[in-house]
Design a protein around this ligand. Structure first.
Ligand code: RIB
Length: 331
């Protein structure tokens, strides 16, 4: 069984394939209203699907964009992907989601797949490591926009980012005001620039208050399990820890689980702060105090910026969003 073709419709309608093509593509053609309606009715009854690849080849546009992201089960990425998809759909584009597990080989494989599928552009959240993927996009002249995670020489590319350092500073100063001094900071993967930006914010405030101790910085991996594991290490090494600031919400969820199981009271014994403000952080109990990234707006603006570039307005603008400390129940 083959897919329904224009030839099938033409045979049933008693017209040429060219007439069917002109009617289905809304081209101006002198055909009677009854013939037009007959063609459209047969196409609907047969569930005819236009050949998107053929159309892309002829129009050089697929009305499709690709989204490259490191971990689709981390709500930060699924929420930003949702914002991109909503915006793309409103602008008459479809999306293809590519989950890379922060693996640069998988990233490259997906980039090549998207190019072979003739996507009109790519929204790229790097998993870290080398950026051969971007070289492949550039050499194929595929428009792309970076979002959330910047890279070296970011000023050369259009990007949408959060002011990570600023957000961390505000949260650390808040903890100090709460008389918490022994503040542990849990990073994301250390090689990521966003991890370095967040550590820089933490270090600057702790140094300013003469309480910086590099042994209070622990490397995390942005996962719940990673949050649980690093929290075991933290309380093993620091019996008198007063606060733990995790570089994302789901690591904080893992940490809270471990601490409560060990009998710690939150925030009385240990204050907890996260980063992202994913939707669920407002529903766990106690509700998570966290540094809110404007996730939806970042996704929306990155998509709008990409489609502007696709429409022929090249850009290397960088858009920065200010994060906001959401004070809730854990600090
Ligand atoms: O939760 C995933 C983290 O990595 C977020 O903080 C976001 O900034 C992403 O880069």
């Amino acid at each position: 069984m083959n897919k329904v073709t224009m030839k099938d419709i033409a045979n049933l309608a008693g017209v040429s394939k060219a007439t069917v093509s002109m009617v289905l593509n809304n081209k101006n053609i002198s055909v009677s209203e009854s013939t037009r309606n007959k063609i459209l009715k047969i196409a609907e009854e047969l569930n005819y699907i236009p050949n998107g690849v053929a159309r892309s080849l002829s129009t050089k546009k697929s009305q499709t964009i690709g989204i490259i992201l490191p971990d689709i089960i981390n709500p930060f990425f699924s929420e930003i992907a949702r914002a991109i998809e909503d915006t793309a759909n409103k602008l008459d584009y479809n999306v293809i989601f590519c989950n890379t597990d922060s693996n640069s080989k998988k990233e490259e494989k997906y980039i090549k797949l998207l190019i072979s599928k003739l996507v009109d552009g790519v929204i790229f959240i790097t998993g870290g490591g080398e950026n051969k993927s971007l070289e492949i996009l550039k050499s194929n002249n595929v428009p792309f926009v970076l979002v959330d995670r910047d890279i070296d020489n970011k000023e050369k590319y259009c990007g949408v980012y959060c002011l990570n350092e600023e957000g961390v500073k505000e949260a650390v100063e808040y903890l100090l005001k709460k008389k918490k001094k022994k503040i542990v900071f849990v990073t994301g993967k250390k090689e990521l620039r966003i991890s370095k930006q967040r550590v820089k914010g933490y270090k600057s405030i702790m140094v300013k208050n003469n309480i910086y101790d590099e042994k209070l910085i622990f490397e995390g991996d942005f996962t719940i399990e990673g949050g649980m594991k690093v929290t075991e290490e933290i309380i093993q090494a620091n019996k008198d820890v007063e606060a733990i600031f995790y570089s994302n919400d789901i690591m904080a969820f893992g940490g809270i689980k471990v601490l409560i199981r060990k009998g710690y009271r939150i925030p009385e014994d240990i204050s907890i702060i996260g980063f992202d403000n994913i939707n669920i952080s407002n529903f766990i109990e106690p509700e998570l105090t966290t540094v809110a990234q404007p996730i939806y707006d970042m996704g929306k603006q990155s998509c709008e910026a990409l489609i502007e570039i696709i429409d022929g307005k090249p850009s290397n603008k960088q858009i920065y969003f200010k994060p906001k400390l959401m004070i809730r129940g854990t600090a």
